[in-house]
Design a protein around this ligand. Structure first.
Ligand SMILES: [Zn+2]
Length: 461
């Protein structure tokens, strides 16, 4: 269903419009209509008493974008005009949750101008009945998945069970000692204490159990895992998220692809849009565990990109590092078995992809993409173990400054990409690369105003 947002009425516009000369054009109405995934429609009506209106321009500032867009609206010049600008989302894609401001600049033939006050807008996917759970750091929007999921917290179960057993044991030892010392009265007292404490422990355990295995809804479970990942990342990298992350969970692959920009790779399971602070993920209601990893993966992209964001916009980070870190933080120290198997096979068959190839977008072929993720994870894990966390932080800082990848690596690690590959291959037990891959003429990261990072693969789906 298409909803219309008449964001400001005529009266409000006249009252709020920037001060203008008495004979400046007057705004009558300004509207924003969200027709995601087709377009965003901006419309304005204005009149001028002194001369025909000859210029109507729309200014749009997307939140997180380095610059504003100045766009010419379509209209017929005259004393009273209706102008419109259609933002084609197939050409200039924006994800659901992206926000911005817009305002109009209108001028008549005599040179009189009026600027409308800025209005905010937000892109929304209105094809789904979204539910939402949020705190100040993360908002989860979802529409499929149960409202009653049992989430089992092993730590809570362990402590509550452990406390009950421990309490019972102490009472039992005391009663045994009293019996051994043949003190009947004491034995009776201890027996009563044992009975009471056993009852108390059982009651306590029964009371704790629901907390260890309590029902939550699908969105809540993802929110909790997302916040846990965020907390871990903030502690481990020292990067605190500045804006609330908007996470949209699609429960169906077709719905997900219908919401993504055209041309997304077939194996895409999730996508982060760092400048908009938005994540879209396809999580089927029965894939909650995969979904949790995917949430951690995409949140890592947002946190890392926030670290390397510059006033010029997003800088390109080689997928080798970007995806490697995202897989690493899905579950530190425990990569998904699918990746480990893929890596082991490639080591055995001597079919590892060169690290230089992993500084470019990953293949559309799902098998090669899978190995690309597996290798990226392995290299990031190697850098963290061999050089330490501080060097990884320095590496990200250097990528933010820009330059050739080889120069950045030499500057921070004292090794170029080929040296790094040789050391990494040796450590994982792979054969040395037969041919060097060095190609210094390949220029790399200069500010590229990329809207999104590479996608997350669907796994085991
Ligand atoms: Zn990724």
């Amino acid at each position: 269903m298409i909803q219309r947002f008449v964001t400001l009425c005529a009266l409000a516009l006249i009252l709020l419009a920037a001060p203008a000369a008495a004979d400046s054009p007057t705004l009558i109405v300004s509207e924003f209509t969200n027709n995601f995934r087709k377009n965003l429609l901006f419309r304005v009506e204005a009149q001028s008493a002194s001369a025909p209106i000859t210029r109507v321009e729309l200014l749009v500032q997307i939140e997180g974008a380095p610059s504003r867009s100045r766009l010419a609206a379509a209209f017929v010049p005259g004393a009273q005009v209706r102008a419109a600008y259609e933002w084609n989302l197939a050409r200039d894609y924006l994800p659901p949750g992206a926000r911005g401001q817009f305002w109009w600049e209108i001028q008549d033939r005599a040179g009189n101008q009026v600027h409308s006050p800025p209005q905010t807008f937000r892109v929304e996917d209105q094809t789904r009945a979204w539910k939402r759970v949020a705190n100040d750091k993360l908002a989860v929007h979802w529409y499929a998945g149960s409202d009653r999921i049992i989430t089992f917290d092993p730590r809570a179960a362990f402590f509550s069970f452990g406390a009950s057993v421990g309490f019972g044991c102490v009472a039992l030892i005391a009663s045994a000692l009293a019996w051994l010392m043949r003190r009947r009265r004491a034995w009776l007292i201890v027996c009563s204490v044992v009975a009471l404490s056993a009852g108390g422990s059982a009651y306590r355990f029964a009371d704790e159990l629901p907390r260890a295995a309590r029902p939550a809804n699908f969105g809540q479970a993802l929110l909790e895992h997302g916040l846990y990942s965020l907390e871990f990342l903030e502690r481990d990298t020292g990067i605190a998220i500045e804006r609330q992350i908007q996470l949209y969970v699609y429960g169906d692959r077709d719905d997900f692809f219908a919401a993504l920009e055209p041309g997304a790779k077939e194996w895409t399971g999730g996508r982060a849009f760092p400048s908009s602070n938005v994540i879209l993920i396809d999580i089927a209601p029965d894939s909650l565990e995969w979904g949790k990893r995917a949430v951690a993966h995409e949140i890592t992209h947002l946190v890392i990109h926030q670290k390397i964001r510059s006033p010029l916009g997003e800088l390109s980070l080689p997928p080798l590092i970007d995806e490697g870190l995202a897989v690493y933080y899905e579950s530190p120290g425990a990569p998904e078995p699918q990746f480990a198997a893929s890596l082991q096979r490639a080591i055995r068959d001597d079919t590892l992809i060169s690290l230089r190839a992993l500084t470019r977008a990953f293949s559309a072929d799902p098998q090669i993409a899978n190995l690309s993720y597996a290798q990226s994870y392995s290299v990031v894990d190697f850098i963290l173990r061999r050089y330490g966390r501080d060097k990884m932080t320095q590496l990200l800082q250097a990528f933010k400054q820009g330059g050739f990848y080889d120069d950045i690596l030499i500057q921070v690690l004292g090794a170029d990409l080929d040296d790094l590959e040789a050391a990494w291959r040796k450590e994982i037990g792979a054969k040395p690369r037969a041919l060097p891959t060095r190609a210094r003429e390949t220029p790399t990261p200069f500010p590229t105003f990329s809207l999104s990072t590479d996608a997350t693969p669907t796994r085991g789906r």
